[in-house]
Every structure is written in C-alpha cells, then in structure tokens.
Design a protein around this ligand. Sequence first.
Ligand SMILES: Cc1cc2nc3c(=O)[nH]c(=O)nc-3n(C[C@H](O)[C@H](O)[C@H](O)COP(=O)(O)OP(=O)(O)OC[C@H]3O[C@@H](n4cnc5c(N)ncnc54)[C@H](O)[C@@H]3O)c2cc1C
Length: 328
Amino acid sequence: MNVWTVPPAALAALAQRLEPGVRWRHVLAPYTTYRIGGPADLFLVATRAEEVVTALQAAHALGVPCRLIGGASNLLIADAGVAGLVIKLSMSGVRFIEDPGGPERVIVVAAAGCQLASLARQCARRGLAGLVWASNVPGSVGAAVVNNAGAFGGCMADVLVRALVVDPQGQARYYTPAELAMEYRSTRLKAGALQGAVLEAELALTRADPRELEQQLAQVRERRRQSQPSGFSAGSMFTNPPGDAAGRLIEAAGLKGYRCGDAQISPQHANFFLNLGAATAREVYALMRVAQDAVYRQTGIWLRPEVQLVGRWTPAELAALAAPGGAP
Ligand SMILES: Cc1cc2nc3c(=O)[nH]c(=O)nc-3n(C[C@H](O)[C@H](O)[C@H](O)COP(=O)(O)OP(=O)(O)OC[C@H]3O[C@@H](n4cnc5c(N)ncnc54)[C@H](O)[C@@H]3O)c2cc1C
C-alpha cells in the first residue's frame, strides 16, 4: 500500500490499543538484512498469534495501513519510512505430527516467525527430507509461504500442505497451495489479491537417512558460498525472466561492480545489489533503474523486481520500476 500520511488521531488511537509493546517512529533499518529503511509510524513485535490478530483488527477498524514483516530479507524500505503500523511477526514453535496418510510422511507445523533456514536444518537432523534447499535461505516461514521462496529446484509449494491465514477483520482459515496460487516467487498474498497474515504453515516432509541429508546440507552450503556474495543485501534483486537469469543479463550489460553512492551491483553475482555500509534506499533504487534500462536497451527484456519496495515511495517511482519508459 502506497500511503504517505495517516491521520495522527488514528495513529494515537491505534497506539493506545496496542500498548505497552508499540513504539512510535521506530527506525526499521536494523531489522532488515539490507540495513536500510526509515521509521515506521508505529512498530510492534508480535510474539503470539493473538497479538497479530488484535493488531490487524484494530488497524483495520481505525483505517490505519498495516505492513507485516518477518526477517525483512526481501524488502527495500524507503528512506522516508513506512506510514501506519509495521508488525514484525516473531511467533516461534514447531510441532512434528505423524501423518495418518502414511508412515513415511511427517507433518511439520511451524509458526510464521520461525527462521526458515534453522527449521530446514532441524528437519534434516531429524531425518526429514524436503527442506534442504531452504537451509541457507534467510527469513521467516510465514514470508516463505508469501513469496513461495525457493532455491536449487525446490520451493515452498512443493512441501506446503496448508497455511493458516488471518484476514484484516480477524477471521482465520486454512489455504492450500492451489488457493494461494503459488507460482515462481509469487502467490496471491504477495500480489495483494489476498490480504492477511500467515500465522503458521503445515509442511509434509518425508523420512530419509539423516547422514544423507547432512551431506546435502553441506553441498547446498558450498554452492551458496561459491555463488553468492556476503554483505548486506536482500538476495536476488530481480526475478529471472523465462529461460534466462537476471544476473547473467546484468553482467552482460557490463554492470558488475557498478555503484551509486554506497550501493553496488555485486562484482561476484550481478543480481545481488549490496549496501557497502551507508547506502540509502534511494541509491539502491537508482541502481535498479540503471540495471533495468541497460538490460532493456540491450535485450528488450524488462527485469521485474523480486525485492519488494515498501513504504513511502512515490507512484512515479513505483511505475518506473514496473514497466519500461516510465522513469520519474
Ligand atoms: C543473502 C540472501 C539470500 C537469499 N536467497 C534466497 C533464495 O535462495 N530463495 C528465495 O526464495 N529467497 C531468497 N532470499 C530472499 C528472502 O530470503 C526470501 O524472500 C524470504 O522468504 C523472505 O522472508 P522474510 O521473513 O525476510 O520476509 P520479509 O522480507 O520480511 O517480507 C516479505 C514479504 O512477505 C510479507 N510477510 C512477511 N511475513 C508475513 C506473514 N507472516 N504473513 C503475511 N505476509 C508476510 C511482507 O509484508 C512482504 O510482502 C534471499 C535473501 C538474502 C538476503
């Protein structure tokens, strides 16, 4: 939602309903893997599902926009911050349930705030296969459902049985992968066609030899180490266009290592845009536009952002990213 200002009276009323945990004008950069982003008008860390439901309902009733975050590892938060309420979902807890459908399957029920990577490693240690690809993917289980996160040929849609989603009115129900329309790095939740918070995810994993899974974890770790740069980033900046790789296209446009201020296209992997220390969101945005235009000139392909722009971006800025020819 691209809102710039929220009536102060509505914010004050919401803050009163969310006391004592709520914080005013709280800077978001430290919560993000990019270390970039201005303040949220109101900020709440939710450690229980009930807190999320209450906050969503209250914000909805008062007309205050609400943005959910997990690990904020896929976001570019505006320097001018985020209007309204930002809720960081930090609910934890995992349950393992024998699947009545067959002894070889186990249902793993994970709260939305669980770290996906540590859940994946925990499952592998228990001899449960299906999440090895996720063992180094940052962020939360809830957002992994929202984004249909994936790597090395696997993705959430492969293992998700159903996700519990609560809507802004406080109604919760389960959604199957088909109902969420899970596609490559996209779902109805990410597209905004379905609004609400993922509270927990049920995953079907299969029994396997823990030693074999341990070897696979090591292979995934090594592939990551070789291919992905360290440093502050939000992962892949653009989705891969059909049949090609965004990183290859940006590299072919001669942009590896290109800088705008303290933001740099990684010299190692051109689809990773790094914050070298003091980059602003505006600098990263400028790099995105440079890459889109250069690749478009060379190939006619328009790179689509995988990283989501959140907060006080202008409609012109967002339009310029969405399609060629709309630069502000
Ligand atoms: C170094 C690095 C490597 C990465 N590698 C990969 C990779 O291999 N594969 C991959 O898919 N991604 C990768 N990513 C991107 C990122 O890890 C994933 O997109 C991840 O799923 C985001 O999780 P998050 O908790 O950080 O979500 P956030 O960035 O906090 O949020 C992402 C979106 O989900 C929404 N959201 C968050 N939580 C909820 C919830 N509980 N309910 C409803 N909406 C919610 C947010 O509003 C936002 O729209 C990488 C990122 C980094 C920094």
